[in-house]
Design a protein around this ligand. Sequence first.
Ligand SMILES: NC(=O)c1ccc[n+]([C@@H]2O[C@H](COP(=O)([O-])OP(=O)(O)OC[C@H]3O[C@@H](n4cnc5c(N)ncnc54)[C@H](O)[C@@H]3O)[C@@H](O)[C@H]2O)c1
Length: 333
Amino acid sequence: MSGLRFDGRVVAITGAKHGMGQEHALLLAQRGAKVVVNDIAGASETVERVRAAGGIAVENNSDITDPSGTDRIVQDALDAWGRLDVVINNAAWGGGTLPDHAMVQGTLAVHLIGTINIIRSVMPIFRRQRYGRIVNTGSGSVLGIPMTGVYAAGKGGVLAHTRVLSNELAAERVTSPDLDIKVNLVMPAAQTPNMPRVPDERFQAMLDNAFAPAKVSPLVALLAHEQCPVSGEAIQAGAGRQSRFILATTEGWQAPDDEPTPENILEHWDQVMAGKDLREPVGTMSDLLGRRGEHPYSVAELIQWARSDPNNPIHSRPAEQQRLREEAAKLVE
Ligand SMILES: NC(=O)c1ccc[n+]([C@@H]2O[C@H](COP(=O)([O-])OP(=O)(O)OC[C@H]3O[C@@H](n4cnc5c(N)ncnc54)[C@H](O)[C@@H]3O)[C@@H](O)[C@H]2O)c1
């Protein structure tokens, strides 16, 4: 297979001062990409490493929680090279399960709102050029790692947003087959400067070696490339292994005459939880209907249908949309 190159492509990476973001920047630049290296804490070290390796990069210090900051990242790419092809959402901050209000807001603002901000900033460019790649960063914390509650909630939100956006783009491709925009999520594991270190030196040395941040970058590069084979997927990467992360439903229990009660659900709880006949659902209602054999429509068809129906409530909620916008704006203040 010939090498996957990024000649002529422009990439923006958020939170790339060090750690994985820096490694992503280095690998993509080595393969020909021009890179906007963003970090609110400064990213000069990454720019220097890229240039020392013969690559091309500019620094951007925008705050991604501010929509004008993500607009700036996009504008810096356009000013420098006239285009932007790839956005890699890598920035991170905050944590805790029930921290104080400011920490909750700040954590969600960086992971969830920051990711959405830059996607909103770049989408008009991607639509115009009919091409774009978005690589979001999720986390295994969504599986329930203790003490990561708000961080995990933000990452779970990014996972959900990735899948929804991808499905919407797939629906658009039904009528616009030339629209080549893909969005995926990497779920990394790496020993970055911000990770806790274990007191056992030998074990820590093994972790540092096996989970070097650079080992996540090849998957990110593939998801960022023209030949990216998927959209809407979450892929785990670390220590050399790549694997698909799947959300699945069980066969479950069907109430007689479709009439559940709390009591009969409790009585059949083992069946509700039983892990047999695992299936990857595309939505709760379509999954439940599909298991009854009663769902002839694809997600793309349903979305097209909802969009083209003038009576669909989605078209008559400008006030509600405005309220949500105001709430989101307050969140990042
Ligand atoms: N290290 C792991 O094992 C692991 C596991 C799961 C997920 N992740 C995710 O992978 C990504 C990279 O991890 P890392 O450990 O290399 O990250 P990191 O914490 O080392 O670096 C993140 C960078 O984001 C920057 N940043 C914070 N707020 C910002 C803002 N508002 N605007 C712009 N930049 C901002 C920070 O200054 C920092 O340099 C993160 O999204 C992280 O949540 C990491």
